[in-house]
Design a protein around this ligand. Sequence first.
Ligand code: F6R
Length: 609
Amino acid sequence: MCGIVGYIGKEEAAPILLYGLSRLEYRGYDSAGISVYDGGEVRTVKAAGKLENLIRLTEEGRAVHGSVGIGHTRWATHGEPSDVNAHPHVSASGRIAVVHNGIIENYLSLKQMLQAEGVVFRSETDTEVVAQLIDFYYEGDILRAVSRAVDKLDGSYALGILCSDHPDMLLAARKESPLIVAYGEGCNYIASDVTAVLKYTRSVSYMEDEEIAVVREGSITFYNEYLQQIEKPVVHIDWDVEAAEKGGYAHFMLKEIHEQPRVVKNTLSAHIRNGRVDLSDTMLTEDYCREIDKVQIIGCGSAYHVGVVGRYLLEKYARIPAEAVLASEFRYSEPIVDEKTLVIVISQSGETADTIAAMREAKRLGAKTLAIVNVVGSTIAKEADSVIYTLAGPEIAVATTKAYSAQLAIFYLITVALAEKRGKLKEAESAAIVRALEALPGQIEEILTHKEALQQLASKYFNNSSIFFIGRNLDYAISLEGSLKLKEISYIHSEAYAGGELKHGTISLIEPETLVIAVATYEQLFDKLMSNVKEVTARKASVFCVAQARNAEDAGKAAADCFFIPDTHEMLTPSLACVPLQLFAYYVALNRGCDIDKPRNLAKSVTVE
Ligand code: F6R
């Protein structure tokens, strides 16, 4: 995620801003910049790449003078990581500088409106629109201009704003993206994350949605959306820096699990317009969707597991032959793909060596490649014929959670788009899926409120030496992921099986008290999976069943322990079923004292074969 810091006081701002940005580096970023009012105008310095580049350019801040400024580390979402796309963004008049975290969903229509008024844009970002819009509304009263501008924004934002006509103030505004103001001695700060200012002060106020703060050297004034002045409590932070970086969570993995509602919402809403899935900015045009005769989905680890979900969805809804293939196998298997094959490449990092090699092989054979990638400007994003970004933000824990959920979200969209364009999905059915998609973030949120139940189950089972997962169809795909999550962070041996496979060998491993996790959310095969549950309970296995609330009674009869996810459209259960499995794995690993964020022998990005 991007990072924001701002300072107003008597000291030179630039070194304070650079220090604040260095405390935000852990969040991941690909460019950085600062704007400082130097007594005559706003001076902006930006640099792609590491913060060191900016530090060098500004001579550790010594080359930029002035005691009021804003700074930013950017994680690209709109436009490549580059100097020009880095923040702060300055309006064409040079008067307004803005740093922004979040995503402005309606930035294109706002940009068109401003362009029609003659405003000239320099970057590809959604943030520049905010700077230009504030300037457009500015008639001498900067607070009113900011208020009018944010009123027009759809999406999420945390904003730090500097106006050269008002160098005695910084402005801050937020909606659905964290922002604090912090109180210093004869100075004040803004930041997206307390870590940026903890060195200077521990007194902060948390901004709420649609509030605006006017931050001066000696005062901070808050306004609500109607520009009425409001009071806000001052909170004393007693966490250490390490805890602060994790936003108060014990581990990045837990923090990222909790970010899923927002990540799924952002990822979906970027491609749902007026109640319809819209992937018109990708290669999935009507003609192309009708032309292809099969789909191959490639990825590694959890990305491959998303492919397994995708394969079931595409065959069922778009009625097109689809296969999920491990990238490391695909590249050496002499795959049969040609110009009529759509190859979907899934990768969080966009840098996984096997996935890159598999994609290049597919391209060499004439296939078209569509990438689902989290990191803008990564190798896979650059080389694929078309890209759909997961808007998950940087993922720090080695075990993926939020990127996996964002990849699932994109796959639902691809499925609907392909199925519609191939004439396999009626309008009413698409509309029902979109409605269910829009409910997903809230349902994930609801699951997270029951995390103590999973903590208790983990305490009961964390000493098991072997844990099996079973499921059928989409539940099999989720079982693969649940099992990987568990084994990679808790080091407990675990395997996932398609329910029907049990009696072909695996059942011989079931002993009294072996834990079997039955994922039974796929409505059509619920009864079949319950038969598998009976097979293992007859051998005295302990069973923990994840099912939809609508099957609570039957699942409760069959399994000693259950967790119920909210009812949803049959296609979307993976997004809900994965959350209790992530939390179960997390709490098991916690009970076993494992290094959760950095499991042994694993790396976040596997850039070698
Ligand atoms: C598991 C995990 C890995 C990655 C895999 C692919 O929690 O994170 O299995 O999914 O290494 O990585 P990307 O998605 O970066 O290609």
